[in-house]
Design a protein around this ligand. Structure first.
Ligand code: S3P
Length: 449
C-alpha cells in the first residue's frame, strides 16, 4: 500500500565523527524502470539489488495490476514475467502510485498506446504535482487524459488504439517526460523521436537497448535526438541495480560537515547524467577520493572515501549542471550552510514541482536554523556560516518530501543545537534504511515526540 503513514517526528543531535562504510540501497530510477521494462518484455526478467522503498513497491503493485507477474524471491531479488509490448490488461481498480512522480509518469507512458483505460492517484504530495507535462505529449499519440484542474491526479488515461510514433521536443529538462514518451513509443507503429536540449538521466535509453529495442541517440545542434523504432519484442534481462547516487549523497554530505568524519561509500554512480553533486562538492573543496572505478549493472561507478572538510567555500553552481543533480539541491544547500561565503543555485525552478516546493522548504527550514537565504522563482542562494556554524535548534516542515527530511536531519548532526523534522516517515519512499545506516556510522537520531 502507499505511504499514508502517521507523521513521525525525528530529531538529530550533534554527532560524534562518522566512521565506517555506507552501503546505500539500489537506485530508485533504475528500480522503477527494471520493473516497468520487465513487465513489457516477453518472459521472465530477473532483478537483483532492487530498491525496496515504498515508491518502487507501489510500481511493482501497479505492474501486477496491468497483468505482469511480479515476485519477490529474497532481499532485493525479484522477477517480473512480462506481458509484452502492447500486452497490458486493463486494471480492475485505481492505480495508487503513492508519493512517486516517476512511478505515475512512467506508467502513464507505458500504457498510453494500449487501448485500455486506467485511473491513477497518489498521496497528498503527488496529487499536487503537474501531470500535463506528460499527458500533453501523450495526446500526440491519440491518448486522452481526464484529470483535476491543472492536470492534477486523480486522472483517468484512455490509451490510444493503433497509435503511430511521434516527434517531440521536450519543453522542460525532464527524464520522466522523456521516458514516458519513449515508453509510449514502444507500442506505437514507426519511429518515435524525442529531442532534449539538455541531457537528463539516460537510464531508459540504456535499458531499452539492453532489452533489445532499436534506439539511436544522435548529438546534434538541437541537443540529443533519440529515435526509437516502435513495436519491438523486448527480451527479458537480468538487471543488477547499482546503488543510488542520490541516496549516497546523504552519508557523503553528512561526513563532509560532521567534524572528524572519515567514511567510505561504495559503488557510487559516475554516470555523467547523475554525478553533478559530486563535481560541485569537489569544486567547493570537499575531501572526496574516487577509488576503484569500474562498471556495475551497466553503470560506471567508484568507491568514495569522504573525510570531514572544514574549509569548503560557496560557489556558483552552473545552471546547465542542474539536470545531473536535480534531486541533490536540498542536501547541497545544507553543505552550503556549513561552508564559507555564498552558494548560488540558479536555474532551479524545477525544484518547485518536486515532492514538495523544495526551494521554499529548504529556505524556510534553513532560515529557522539561523541561516541567511535569498530566493526567487528560479534561484536559491545560501549564505554559509562556516564549519560548525549553523545555529540549528529548529523544527523543519517536510511536506511529505523524503529528501527534505533527510537533509534537515543531517543538518542537525553538525549544527550547534539539535534539528528536528515534523515527519520522517516519507524517508521510507527512497531510503528505508536511512536511520539504521546513519546510526551505525555514529549519528544520533531519535524519535521526537
Ligand atoms: C527521475 C527524474 C527526475 C528526478 C526524479 C527521478 C527519473 O525528475 O527528479 O527523482 O527517474 O526519471 P524529472 O524528470 O521531473 O526532472
Amino acid at each position: 500500500m502507499s505511504a499514508h503513514a502517521t507523521p513521525t517526528p525525528m530529531i538529530a543531535h550533534k554527532s560524534a565523527p562518522l566512521k565506517g562504510e555506507a552501503l546505500v540501497p539500489g537506485d530508485k530510477s533504475i528500480s522503477h524502470r527494471a520493473l516497468i521494462f520487465g513487465a513489457m518484455a516477453v518472459g521472465a526478467t530477473k532483478i537483483t539489488g532492487l530498491l525496496e522503498g515504498q515508491d518502487v513497491l507501489d510500481t511493482a503493485r501497479a505492474m501486477r495490476a496491468f497483468g505482469a507477474e511480479v515476485t519477490q524471491h529474497g532481499q532485493g531479488a525479484w522477477s517480473v514475467r512480462g506481458v509484452g509490448v502492447g500486452g497490458f490488461s486493463e486494471p480492475a481498480d485505481v492505480i495508487d502510485c503513492g508519493n512517486s512522480g516517476t512511478g505515475v509518469r512512467l506508467i502513464m507512458g507505458a500504457m498510453a498506446t494500449t487501448p485500455i483505460t486506467a485511473t491513477f492517484t497518489g498521496d497528498a504530495s503527488l496529487r499536487k504535482r503537474p501531470m500535463g507535462r506528460v499527458t500533453d505529449p501523450l495526446a500526440l499519440f491519440g491518448t486522452a487524459a481526464y484529470g483535476r484542474t491543472g492536470g492534477r491526479l486523480p486522472m483517468t488515461v484512455v490509451g490510444a488504439k493503433n497509435a503511430v510514433g511521434v516527434r517531440y521536443a521536450l519543453p522542460v529538462a525532464s527524464a520522466q517526460v522523456k521516458s514516458a514518451v519513449l515508453l509510449a513509443g514502444l507500442a506505437a507503429r514507426g519511429e518515435t523521436v524525442v529531442i532534449e536540449r539538455e541531457p537528463t538521466r539516460d537510464h531508459s535509453e540504456r535499458m531499452l537497448l539492453g532489452f533489445g529495442a532499436q534506439l539511436d541517440v544522435a548529438k546534434t545542434g538541437e541537443g540529443h535526438v533519440i529515435t526509437l523504432i516502435g513495436q519491438p519484442e523486448l527480451k527479458p534481462q537480468t538487471v543488477a541495480v547499482p546503488r543510488d547516487p542520490s541516496s549516497a549523497a546523504f552519508p557523503t554530505c553528512a561526513a563532509l560537515i560532521v567534524e572528524g568524519s572519515d567514511i567510505t561509500v561504495p559503488g557510487v554512480s559516475q554516470n555523467l547524467t547523475r554525478n553533478g553533486l559530486y563535481i560541485t562538492l569537489v569544486e567547493m573543496g570537499a575531501d572526496i577520493e574516487f577509488m576503484n572505478p569500474r562498471s556495475e549493472g551497466g553503470e560506471p561507478v567508484a568507491d568514495l572515501r569522504v573525510r570531514f572538510s572544514g574549509e569548503m567555500t560557496g560557489i556558483e553552481v552552473p545552471p546547465e549542471r542542474a539536470p545531473s543533480m536535480i534531486d541533490e539541491y536540498p542536501i547541497l544547500s545544507i553543505v552550503a550552510a556549513f561552508s564559507t561565503g555564498k552558494t548560488v543555485m540558479r536555474g532551479v525552478k524545477e525544484l518547485r514541482v518536486k515532492e514538495s516546493d523544495r526551494i521554499d522548504a529548504m529556505a524556510r527550514g534553513l532560515e529557522a536554523c539561523g541561516v541567511r537565504i535569498e530566493e526567487d522563482e528560479d534561484t536559491l542562494i545560501v549564505h554559509g556560516t562556516g564549519a560548525g556554524g549553523v545555529p540549528g535548534g529548529a523544527r523543519a516542515a517536510v511536506h511529505l518530501d523524503h529528501r527534505i527530511a533527510m537533509s534537515f536531519l543531517i543538518c542537525g548532526m553538525a549544527a550547534k543545537a539539535p534539528v528536528s523534522v515534523d515527519d520522517a516517515s516519507p524517508i521510507a519512499t527512497s531510503f528505508p534504511i536511512f536511520t539504521p545506516l546513519m546510526t551505525a556510522l555514529g549519528a544520533t537520531l531519535r524519535d521526537d515526540i
